[in-house]
Design a protein around this ligand. Structure first.
Ligand code: C2E
Ligand code: CA
Ligand code: CA
Length: 467
């Protein structure tokens, strides 16, 4: 099923497309106008504006924080250059600096609150520049290449109209977006009570080929019938603290599945990984709520693994570690998710109550392309072993990647190569076709495990011979 995309992406794409279209059309119009008047030196500035516009449109397709900042700074630099040239004359005021207002508003609305530079400092810088141009504080820097007087009056009118229209359009996008967010927040508040929170399970497989368990990944069955991916609502849930309720619901359902599995010798040794948000982790009631859920379900807590993303440790590390230790005392263990995307020092890593490192997918993607990235991946796996942890590679999509990981000594895999996240019933059917961990009560499975292990070992060593 097609999952919904992250709503922020839509807003960012709309603002970037708008900014891009405005820069390209204004840039081209003024470039031709100044070429017509034989003022090539002025048209160069507007060619730069056109270039920034093209970049904005390109970035709108695959927007990320870095490209957004690049576009924002490009626009700021060009507007400042044009505003300097656009020095006021007796009967025409300066107007190019008016574009700094939609730029400030666009940045404030586009960047998230936690992206302080883009959401706060950059808009402040734009407003500062606007004020400086408005009072003529920078006039002494103006080059002596003012535009032809024939175009100044109607140029000022056009600049004022277009910049104010852009500002209005940005406010409209913001209003629509915050309306959507408010509606979604209200609906999300009801989602747990209405039973709309579902879990999909993505299997995790050992180096031996035996399934070790699965990761529980939340989905929201929206009243409209669409199945929303976590990207579409986790961020909102974290901002509104609804994540506490949702996280506990995910744990409740995961424990239900463990209970269900415990009745079958083939599945009773399977483990489940549950994601814990940093917002949840800082909740004082978390440990008692988690213990109560595990007790009520009557499952073995050792079969539960909590996942915390590495980036969550960047703020309030000591408090996070303390909470992780408290949660570990319930009998569950910890895995560090998206490892390599945060900035944990090895010293911090050593103090964490973590038994598994989940290596971020990006490392694997790069390792299949570059020799140096491959060596780095090998070192990460080595580090996890030196620290007494196991290593799980995320996002394994191809046989080639699995072979490489086996060669580098990786212990666990997760990715589309094995299976995509799926509902419990589908997972149950999938498990029926897979080698499962042996339990003391299941001699059949133990024999199967030895067979599979032998076959895989042969396949891998044969594969390695060929490398
Ligand atoms: P994550 O914990 O890193 O989960 C792995 C994500 O990668 C999943 O996306 C999964 O579908 C996707 N994935 C798995 N294998 C592959 C692969 O081979 N290739 C590619 N390209 N992607 C793969 P999903 O389910 O959309 O989850 C996204 C994120 O949402 C998760 O990333 C996790 O950070 C968060 N999340 C999911 N469930 C929960 C939850 O219950 N609580 C909290 N707090 N966060 C959750
Ligand atoms: Ca995870
Ligand atoms: Ca991950």
């Amino acid at each position: 099923m097609k999952l919904q995309s992250e709503p922020r992406r839509e807003k960012v794409a709309a603002i970037l497309t708008l900014a891009g279209a405005a820069c390209v059309s204004l840039g081209l119009a003024w470039t031709f106008c100044y070429l017509y008047f034989g003022r090539q030196e002025l048209s160069v500035v507007f060619v730069a504006l056109t270039g920034v516009g093209v970049l904005a449109i390109y970035c709108s397709k695959r927007s990320n924080g870095a490209s957004l900042l690049l576009v924002a700074h490009g626009v700021l630099a060009v507007i400042c250059a044009i505003a300097l040239i656009d020095a006021p004359i007796a009967w025409v005021p300066r107007s190019a600096h008016l574009f700094l207002l939609p730029l400030a508003a666009g940045a404030a609305f586009t960047f998230e609150r936690r992206e302080r530079y883009g959401a706060l400092f950059f808009p402040m810088a734009c407003l500062g520049a606007f004020a400086a141009f408005a009072v003529g504080a920078l006039d002494s820097l103006a080059p002596n290449i003012s535009p032809p007087v024939e175009v100044r009056a109607w140029g000022a009118r056009a600049n004022t109209t277009i910049s104010m229209m852009l500002l209005a359009a940005i406010f409209a996008i913001y209003r629509i977006d915050s309306g959507k967010r408010l509606r979604m927040e209200r609906e999300l508040g009801r989602a747990v009570r209405n039973g709309e929170i579902e879990i999909h399970y993505q299997p995790q497989v050992r180096d031996s080929g035996i399934v070790s368990g699965a990761e529980a990944l939340v989905r929201w069955r929206h009243p409209s019938g669409r199945l929303l991916s976590p990207d579409a609502f986790i961020h909102l849930a974290e901002e509104s603290a609804l994540i506490r309720e949702i996280g506990l619901e995910v744990l409740r359902q995961a424990c239900e599945t463990l209970k269900h599995w415990s009745g079958d010798p083939r599945t009773q040794a399977l483990r489940l990984a549950v994601n814990i948000s940093p917002v949840q982790l800082l909740d004082d009631a978390l440990v008692s709520s988690v213990s109560a859920i595990i007790r009520a379900a009557g499952v073995d807590p050792a079969l539960l693994e909590f996942e915390l993303t590495e980036s969550a440790l960047s703020t309030d590390t000591a408090a996070m570690i303390e909470r992780m230790e408290e949660l570990e005392s319930t009998g569950a263990s910890w895995a560090l998710d998206d490892f390599g995307t945060g900035y944990s020092s090895l010293a911090t890593l050593r103090t964490l109550p973590v038994r598994k490192l989940k290596i971020d997918r990006q490392f694997l993607v790069e390792a299949t392309r570059q020799e140096s990235a491959q060596r780095l991946l090998g070192k990460i796996i080595e580090i996890s072993h030196v620290m007494g942890m196991s290593a799980l590679a995320e996002g394994v999509e191809t046989l080639e990647q699995r072979e490489l990981l086996l060669r580098l000594g990786c212990d666990h895999f997760q990715g589309y190569l094995f299976a995509r996240p799926m509902p419990r019933a589908e997972l149950q059917a999938w498990l029926d076709t897979q080698p499962l961990p042996a339990t003391s009560t299941d001699p059949r499975a133990a024999a199967g495990l030895r067979l599979v292990h032998g076959a895989l070992h042969r396949r891998v060593t044969q594969g390695l011979d060929g490398i």
